[in-house]
Design a protein around this ligand. Structure first.
Ligand code: SF4
Ligand code: SF4
Length: 87
């Protein structure tokens, strides 16, 4: 059996690659009226840039570190996150 340190577990780290700057092509927009607060986007974001709004349990995005990968949009069960162009 593998020892703990060899398990293939990844842990997201907020903006591990630094601030995104101006190279992001698309950004996620959360439609709070659709969001059901399931936190799937929060769990799968590789940059740890989905944040939980304590006032309503729904989510918002820290755009300083979001890389625009679209993972959050893909995992949302109610399609509450739309990827929109930065242009
Ligand atoms: S687009 Fe990618 S980096 Fe940005 S919030 Fe969604 S999952 Fe996280
Ligand atoms: S995955 Fe969708 S429904 Fe779930 S918290 Fe994120 S935006 Fe809301």
């Amino acid at each position: 059996m593998l020892k703990y340190q060899y398990y293939p577990i990844t842990v997201p780290d907020r903006g591990a690659g630094g601030k995104t700057g101006n190279w992001r092509v698309v950004r996620p927009l959360v439609n709070k009226s659709k969001c059901i607060g399931c936190k799937a986007c929060f769990m799968f974001c590789p940059e740890d840039t989905i944040k939980i709004d304590e006032s309503d349990g729904k989510v918002y995005v820290d755009y300083d570190y979001c890389k625009g990968c679209g993972v959050c949009s893909n995992v949302c069960p109610v399609k509450a996150i739309e990827m929109v162009s930065e242009a």
